[in-house]
Design a protein around this ligand. Structure first.
Ligand SMILES: Nc1ncnc2c1ncn2[C@@H]1O[C@H](COP(=O)(O)OP(=O)(O)OP(=O)(O)O)[C@@H](O)[C@H]1O
Length: 580
């Protein structure tokens, strides 16, 4: 019941649909009570030899009309109630999707993507079931039981009715008991399904690595284990499922037994007629469906409840970065500043960045270099306000980033992440992702700046070439350059290239950087790189080590300093000369 209460917002929003659907169900239930009485009376007329042709014809006509009416009405409630449940399913899915898109990276680090997908594909339909089967069984079983019992008591015999109901408390107790077990087991089964989903997702996306490391057999074995676990948990759900119906059947059987035994006695003592006994048994037959329906109701509600719990657990998660109450939305300058900025990832003890300070003027380029794991990407992501941090330490256009509207900050910064992600769409759509209204000329220009125009000529369908699963497989360098083109098309005031030139050769890197300098003369650029040639033209280069700035200055200053930068630069030049 709690699940239905939790969905009350939906029933209120679509109340007309539910009021009409439930009214139709009520009418059906009332109509269903007529045939047993008609048949009972006919039996009595046969027994008394008082049945006339006219009576029989009338009964048959009434039964036929009832049959046709029930046919139409049953279609109507199904259309209304099941249609409503499908709307609920869509609404929940849209809410979940919108919620996921608001979440910050730490959420996605904590949650497994396979499990998130399982909630969308497996739990939401279980919730949908509560709004269709759940509502139907609750309302229909309730109406049918009350109405049938009412007729049995008033039109036949109250003592017989009461006697037939003796086994019913057992039914209530057993369904409640099974229901509780089912809720817990179904929750665990859904959890295992999420885990299995996640395994498939990781194996499919990482199939190349799996093969390269000859781990197929080990992975199949690991998958077998999680699939076995899912099976075990689902079987434990099925065990309860399987107990529901036989238990209900036994209890109904007892009711029939009492009805028949005590009913026959009442016929013999002339307390009721034979026709009454026939009608009574037909009414008892009408109660079979509501009894099973109560069982299903408990089943569906418990499954829905367990799934709703999983759904809610995701929906109550709040993004750890929230927008300021009155954020700045106006135009801001392209400057970047850090004032003694330190940062520790949530859930870790060691700071990823410590006491970072620098100032970058409009039109300048900042180079960030350093050993792997020294904090370069963390600094880029911090500038994008992906994590909650101390206030007033990172400023864009002189304004602390936590005071900027999300949209203002995102429009201000173009970002090419280390892990470039292209969508299964055309090259043109991938490039114009952030600016769908871009003209073909603009897209081509961005590709030209990213040194991708020449590669495009290799593809028969040019800009319309599909990328990824359904299209061509691009090289790492090509993907990187399309990602760069995507960011360049945005023409943002600040551009962050996070190790975005690692998969292109030195000459291509050089021309891309030259294009950047020409096109973005008044705009600011931040480049992180392992190949130092990518930052040597920067006005300021920061060398990070274990999250601290250990050297800073221009290329010439750093070469003069003769530290890590100078040593790395000479080594890389030597390697380049040897390779060249
Ligand atoms: N989401 C995260 N949660 C916790 N720690 C993290 C997270 N991301 C990175 N770190 C840690 O923060 C430190 C800096 O990582 P970061 O990715 O910024 O380094 P990097 O200099 O960009 O490395 P690379 O050159 O290999 O890309 C590392 O010790 C890393 O393990």
């Amino acid at each position: 019941m709690q699940t239905l209460r939790q969905l009350s917002w939906f029933f209120r929003a679509y109340w007309k649909r539910y009021v009409i659907g439930i009214s139709v169900l009520f009418v059906i239930d009332v109509l269903m009570l007529w045939p047993p009485k008609l048949i009972g009376d006919t039996v009595d007329s046969i027994r008394n030899s008082s049945l006339t042709d006219a009576d029989l014809t009338q009964t048959v006509v009434i039964l036929l009309v009832l049959g046709v009416s029930l046919y139409g009405l049953r279609f109507l409630w199904r259309y209304l109630l099941n249609g409503g449940a499908l709307i609920l399913e869509r609404t929940l899915r849209e809410r979940l999707f919108a919620h996921l898109t608001r979440m910050t990276p730490s959420f996605f680090h904590r949650k497994r993507s396979g499990d998130l997908m399982a909630v969308a594909t497996n739990d939401i339909p279980a919730i949908e079931q509560t709004a269709s089967t759940g509502v139907l069984t609750l309302v229909d079983a309730l109406f049918m039981t009350v109405l049938t019992l009412g007729v049995m008591v008033t039109a036949i015999d109250w003592k017989l009715t009461l006697a037939a109901l003796i086994p019913m408390p057992f039914l209530a107790w057993s369904t409640a008991y099974y229901g509780k077990l089912l809720h817990d087991r179904f929750y665990l089964a859904q959890e295992a399904f999420g885990e299995m989903n996640d395994h498939v997702q990781q194996s499919v996306s990482g199939v190349r690595v799996l093969r390269a490391f000859v781990q197929e057999k080990a992975d199949i074995e690991a998958y077998r284990r999680v699939s076995e676990k899912t099976l075990e948990r689902n079987v434990s759900v099925s065990r309860i499922d399987a107990l529901f119906e036989p238990t209900i059947a036994i209890i109904i059987g007892f009711s029939f037994l009492i009805g028949l035994g005590y009913g026959t006695y009442l016929v013999f003592t002339s307390a009721i007629s034979l026709g009454d006994l026939v009608a009574f048994n037909l009414y008892l037959g009408l109660l079979i469906w509501p009894m099973f329906a109560f069982g299903w109701l408990v089943n569906v509600l418990q499954r829905g409840g367990a799934s709703h719990k999983r759904f809610t657990e995701l929906m109550v998660e709040q993004p750890d970065v929230t927008e300021a109450a009155n954020p700045v939305t106006s135009q801001i300058a392209n400057t970047v500043e850090a004032r003694h900025f330190s940062f520790t990832y949530p859930g870790t003890d060691k700071p990823a960045l410590t006491d970072i300070s620098f100032r970058l003027g409009e039109g300048e380029t900042l180079g960030i270099v350093g050993r792997t794991g020294s904090g370069k990407s963390t600094l880029c992501r911090a500038l994008l306000h992906q994590y909650q941090m101390k206030e007033q330490v990172l400023l864009i256009g002189g304004i602390p980033i936590e005071g900027l509207a999300f949209d203002t900050l995102r429009e201000k910064i173009g970002y090419v992440p280390q892990e470039h992600l292209l969508f299964s769409r055309t090259i043109a759509e991938n490039v114009a992702f952030g600016k769908p209204q871009a003209t073909t000329e603009e897209v081509m220009h961005a590709l030209e700046l990213a040194e991708m125009k020449r590669d495009l000529a290799q593809f028969r369908e040019g800009l319309q070439t599909m990328v990824g699963e359904k299209g061509v497989t691009l090289s790492g360098g090509q993907k990187q350059r399309i990602s760069i083109a995507r960011a360049l098309l945005m023409d943002a005031g600040i551009l962050i290239l996070d190790d975005s030139l690692s998969a292109v050769d030195a000459r291509t890197e050089e021309s891309i950087l030259r294009h950047l300098r020409q096109e973005r003369a008044d705009k600011t650029t931040i480049i992180t790189a392992h190949r130092l040639s990518a930052v040597q033209h920067a006005q300021l280069i920061l060398v990070l080590d274990e999250g601290r700035i250990v050297e800073q200055g221009t290329h010439d200053e750093l070469m003069h300093r003769n530290g890590w930068y100078a040593e790395q630069y000479r080594r890389q030049q030597m390697e380049h000369d040897v390779a060249g």
